[in-house]
Design a protein around this ligand. Sequence first.
Ligand SMILES: [Zn+2]
Length: 493
Amino acid sequence: AWVEPEIQSLGEAKVAAFLKAEPGLKKHAEHLRNSLRQARHTLSAETEGALAALAPVRSATGDVRTLLFNANTRWPEITVGGKAERVDDTRYGLLRQHPDRAVRKQVFDAFFGAIGQYEDTYGVTLGNVVQDDTTLAKLRRYPSAVAMSLGAEDIPEAVYRTLVAEVHQGLPTLHRYFKLRQKMLGLPDLHYYDIYPALVTQTKTYSLDDAAALTLAATQPLGEDYQTLLKTTLQANTMHALPSPGKSGGAYQDGVYGAPPFVFLNHQGDFESVSTFAHEWGHGMHTAMANRAQPYETAGYSLFVAEVASTANEVLLSDHMQRQATTKADKLFQLGHALERLRGTFFRQAMFGEFELNTHDAAAKGEALNGKRMTEIYCQLLKDYHGDAAGVMKIDPLYCQEWAFIPHFYRPFYVYQYATSITAALHFAEDILSAKPGARENYLKLLAAGGSVPPYQALKNAGLDMATPAPYRAVIQRIDKIMDEMEALLTAP
Ligand SMILES: [Zn+2]
């Protein structure tokens, strides 16, 4: 905490002179530039000290939410197929995919009923986070809370607002998807509890070796260097892939400078696991390439670019699988899988982003936010996104409590990056697959840049401006194209 004020007190001219005189400072240039950029948002030493001292008090809100949700809520029990099931967070995630619609409704009613009891309390905890963020943005002389959050990494506010506006414009495509879902599932109407069962089921299983072979085959368009490095890195034995007793769930990648990337998976043998393999090794390769090209100081990268590297591999895998599909069922499965991913990552994360924007904008205007008001704001978005007024899907009021269940809202303006990342990943993957001149080189350069360039600028250098509508419109078009293909397959004999 004492380094930044020292750098800022030197001022731009002096730092520039130091950089010119001492070549050894070059690897610190990005850090120095960033530090100077923050100077006008840094408060007096006394105020900064007071804010730092109050930090544990300010962050306690999130702890209250975690305790209430994880420890203090008595999750209800329901009976599924003669067996008692407690609908907690984990079981909700599984049971909401149940093929029996009556079970899904029971699960939703139980889960959101339990959360809804605490609407007032969640309203206070989340309202506090929004208020804290909004006040801090004002104190630090930012035009808005979203500008403060994105400004930390020099990402323009326009990226966020363009994403939200463009996705909202594209909602008719999402409504078309729900209509298709209703038809494929053979349902008389559509409710919010109908969005999770898979459109097409597949019983095929994949071993860990299959996952590696498919990831290698799918990333062939990235070129020989990527392939060779991926092969060597896979042989470094730094992956723990199979589930085992006592092991925590999920999947992630962790990079340590000077070492091969560490990958943690829970391989289940379904296609989703293969996709996760490709995803996490996308992160792994990003780490390996940045570590190879950058000094320690600039090897670490931002989430804004990290999820591009991982999601691009998923897109390449999906494309590879679609080309390999020999039966109509396989092809439909792959197209359905790609669609689900886009619904969850592009539309849903943008909806969360819009909720954050609306609640923060309301707080900035001085509106008092309580649980009821949050539910109202969230409900309107659920209805817009799922076509309630257009007769696409009925949103039952109880499910509007969902906002209280999303832990990410306690880290404001974070999840939008999943939507921007899949947008960027599709852009790069499509250009590379169609062998557009320079596309592969630009993309590999982006991975190798690590954290040496601010993330928005890094994408711009690779030919993609995330503050413009074009990349988001391309995603909407792609989703429509997938549905065209699916509809053609469904009507074909
Ligand atoms: Zn990831």
